[in-house]
Write a protein that binds this ligand. Structure first.
Ligand SMILES: Cc1cc2nc3c(=O)[nH]c(=O)nc-3n(C[C@H](O)[C@H](O)[C@H](O)COP(=O)(O)OP(=O)(O)OC[C@H]3O[C@@H](n4cnc5c(N)ncnc54)[C@H](O)[C@@H]3O)c2cc1C
Length: 438
């Protein structure tokens, strides 16, 4: 592996890959992923990507995002999200993204707290389809190298300037020098007992930021999704039953099979209503009823959910689905400006690990894939405009792996290798006894 690149991108989800694709093709770009390329939250996204349908929908989209976010959002970011949504959706469509259509027109669907149908989707596995197309496009580019099973341990901090990253692959430590680093490390669900997230996503971007005093924002804003598939005694990744099923008409029922909440209210309100109902009913779940849909419609439109539930023994066209809330999304994160700059020079953050302020206290459904597209595009544009004037710094005295101040790389590797490897094993392994319960 060449240890000098222009841009090091940590994370191969929607935000990392799309950032890479928008960088100037003259730049040498390395994208890394701590485990297999598909093991990210992007791959799991079901419902779709929200977008203003046209210019006339922008203002309403802004208002819906602010309302769902309890008006704690950063207004400028929300305006950018809505205004730049159409061009970014068009760009991924130009890569060949296949989305659902009706008579040749986009089949926009609806999710909770959207005033209108404005979600583009590929059946109910939009994330997988988006990830595949971005990966395919990135692999065509000669300037982009994508490597899996490379785990970023730390960034290299030269007096407040980010100049590269230190990573581990199996038991080999590697140092990469770069002009710019982009953290696209995704969410934090792996530290929760019940979460819809990939288990390997444990907020590495946050722990690295804490180590280097990089500013964080709104880290208490954590979204709980109302409807994850309930399983007895199950801790670990929970199957998400997408909001779009409720958007299309599925109903929430209590133990007496009665409705108790408007299913399309914002997620925090529906989650709270379910918690209250579970307490009242003294059972750890409520029911989601999709039995009134035609079976063929369910199999076609909600293929993923249908098949996953069937594997778990539930035919959702005939039986109610037991659901309960689970950790789902991190609205807070590494504080960034409108171009995804963090408080550290030459360090950017994009996607779920960043806090652009778009979501406020509660994310509007399907706004996160869009945020990943819009703000990683802006990060790429910014990097394109500054990268020429940044020099690559290969000074070994600045390595600060795991906070050890060492003067010589070889010495670091010998003395601290065991500690580094133990740290990684601890992070990679099952964190059962450290799980947060909420
Ligand atoms: C079940 C589910 C359904 C969802 N449905 C939707 C939806 O319909 N619409 C929507 O808009 N959003 C949805 N979301 C949210 C959305 O999918 C995520 O917020 C978004 O995909 C995050 O993208 P990302 O690029 O920031 O991170 P991810 O796609 O999660 O990628 C993170 C990457 O960082 C890498 N990484 C992390 N730490 C390190 C490290 N130390 N070293 C190296 N690499 C590292 C990982 O390997 C991975 O490649 C859903 C989420 C889940 C869990």
């Amino acid at each position: 592996m060449n240890n000098k690149v222009d841009v090091l991108i940590v994370g191969s989800g929607v935000s990392g890959l799309y950032c890479a694709l928008n960088l100037d093709q003259s730049l040498k770009v390395l994208v890394i992923s701590k485990s297999k390329l598909e093991e990210n939250n992007t791959y799991l996204a079901q419902g779709g990507i929200s977008t203003a349908k046209d210019e006339s929908d922008i203002e309403l989209f802004i208002q819906d995002t602010l309302k769902a976010g309890r008006y704690k959002n950063k207004l400028d970011s929300v305006k950018i999200l809505a205004k730049e949504s159409i061009e970014n959706i068009n760009k991924i469509l130009s890569y060949g993204l296949q989305i659902d259509k009706v008579n040749g027109d986009i089949d926009y669907t609806k999710e909770g707290a959207h005033s209108t149908n404005r979600i583009v989707h590929s059946k109910d596995n939009t994330g997988e389809v988006v990830h595949k197309i971005l990966l395919k496009e990135a692999r065509k580019r000669k300037n982009i190298v994508i490597l899996e099973d490379l785990y970023l341990l730390d960034i290299i901090n030269d007096n407040g300037k980010c100049v590269g990253g230190i990573m581990i692959n199996n038991e080999n430590i590697k140092v990469v020098h770069s002009k710019v680093v982009v953290l696209a490390t995704g969410g934090i669900g792996g530290i929760f007992k019940n979460s819809t997230n990939q288990r390997n996503l444990i907020g590495d971007g946050i722990s690295i930021s804490l180590k280097h005093n990089i500013k964080l924002k709104d880290i208490d804003y954590i979204q709980i999704h109302p409807t994850a598939f309930y399983e007895d005694d199950k801790s670990g990744r929970r199957l998400l039953i997408s909001e779009s099923l409720r958007g299309e008409g599925a109903k929430l029922l209590n133990k007496n099979k009665e409705r108790f909440v408007d299913e399309l209210l914002p997620r925090d309100i529906v989650s709270n209503a379910i918690y209250r109902q579970m307490k009242k009913d003294r059972i750890p779940y409520v029911y989601l009823d999709a039995t009134h849909f035609d079976k063929h419609y369910l199999i076609n439109r909600f293929k993923f959910i249908y098949e996953q539930c069937l594997e778990k023994g539930i035919d959702i066209s005939k039986e109610y689905i037991k659901v309960s809330p689970a950790q789902h999304y991190f609205m807070g994160g590494i504080e960034v400006d409108l171009n995804s700059n963090t408080s550290m020079k030459n360090l950017f953050a994009v996607g779920e690990i960043s806090c652009t302020g778009v979501h406020g206290a509660n994310r509007l459904a399907s706004n996160s894939l869009l945020e990943g597209l819009v703000f990683s595009n802006r990060a790429a544009n910014k990097i394109n405009s500054i990268v020429d004037i940044i020099e690559i710094n290969t000074n070994k005295t600045v390595y600060n792996k795991l906070n050890f101040n060492c003067l010589d790389l070889n010495k670091i590797e010998e003395e601290n290798k065991l500690m580094v490897i133990n740290e990684i094993k601890r992070n990679r392994g099952d964190l059962q006894d450290e799980l947060f319960d909420y």
